[in-house]
Design a protein around this ligand. Sequence first.
Ligand SMILES: C[S@@+](CC[C@H](N)C(=O)[O-])C[C@H]1O[C@@H](n2cnc3c(N)ncnc32)[C@H](O)[C@@H]1O
Ligand code: SF4
Length: 391
Amino acid sequence: MGGPASVSRPFEVYVHVPYCRRRCGYCDFNTYVGDGEGYAAVALAEMELAAAWLEERWAGGGGRPATTVFFGGGTPTVLPARDLVALLDGVRARFGLAPEAEVTVEANPDTVNAGSLRELAAGGFTRVSYGMQSFVPSVLQVLDRTHDAARLPEVVDWARVAGLDVSCDLIYGTPGETIDEWRASLEAVVAMGLSHVSCYALTIEPGTPLWRRVQSGAVADTDEDDLVTKYELADSVLGEGGLGWYEISNWAVPGAECRHNLGYWTGADWWGIGPGAHSAIGSERFWNVRLPRAYESLIAAGRLPWAGCDVPDAAGLVLEHIMLGVRLAQGLDLDVLGLPGSASRAVAEGTAGKLADDGLLDEEALGGRHRAVLTLRGRMLADIVTRELAP
Ligand SMILES: C[S@@+](CC[C@H](N)C(=O)[O-])C[C@H]1O[C@@H](n2cnc3c(N)ncnc32)[C@H](O)[C@@H]1O
Ligand code: SF4
């Protein structure tokens, strides 16, 4: 369980910042309206507790400096750049930071400026991921976004001048968004020469303000056919722009893939700092209490702010591996399906063959490399493929 045997795996750190200037109507992330004053000190205290726990767990296992760090939210950039740099310094001091570590910060485009980005880069950040969502003002309005689409190229330039790699998130399928408007957003990110783009189908999350508007009939629900057309369009426009898919929702020019997220999908160990953050160390899984106040009180009492923990059994670990691995362009090594806890190898091979016959898995990768790699159609039906391959 997470001892020296896990030492060869990369170790990653996620820092959750649960604050936003304003809530977007579609979002159900664990985030609250606020400026995060005082938050850095509490998160730094969690790092100290976490490092002590890991030192004990890994006794004799050698140093495990973080190979990647990801500041996500919420909106990490509601914190002043000096707080984010202090948090990164905390990671360096408590866990260690590998040379060439990838250090990403998520940012809303209207929460940074040229100076704050310079400060972040000087403090060791290497990458910024902007939540752009769309380049069409009317779509941004339905999403309750506060930024101005016309200023996005400037915000990208600031990051580049500071020496940061730039990624962006886009959302497709917003009520009222036309195919041409989605194409315009895709073409805009290609025109800016971004090397990494994430595209997410709008999910109408139950209980959110957007969900209530859909329930009341004020705006239309998302439409499956529209989402399929827009996913295919994303793959083709981004592909023509030199960005290939490497995970169902992620496209990059070769070499610009997000190493942190690849770690999640390929079984790295990671520690999540902050309210609601999850950790995976060896086969152990932990998750923190979600409410900032409860989180702060536990840390003030000198306790790790865990709400729960779990050690999945062999079948659970295989299922996790299939769910994550199948989403990647490199695909899932079918040999894992012969491990204890999985379906018998012969059964799994038969299932994979049938999925390839149905056009959901790539015939060539299956036959030649013995890997389950989704086809374009399969990417849109990944849940079915996972269910079929699962033990
Ligand atoms: C934590 S948020 C990003 C950081 C930053 N707060 C922002 O919004 O720009 C991560 C991304 O999740 C995506 N997202 C959040 N809620 C979503 C939803 N209901 N459907 C689809 N994508 C969603 C958005 O693209 C967003 O940029
Ligand atoms: S999408 Fe981003 S800015 Fe909007 S509420 Fe969610 S985390 Fe905050």
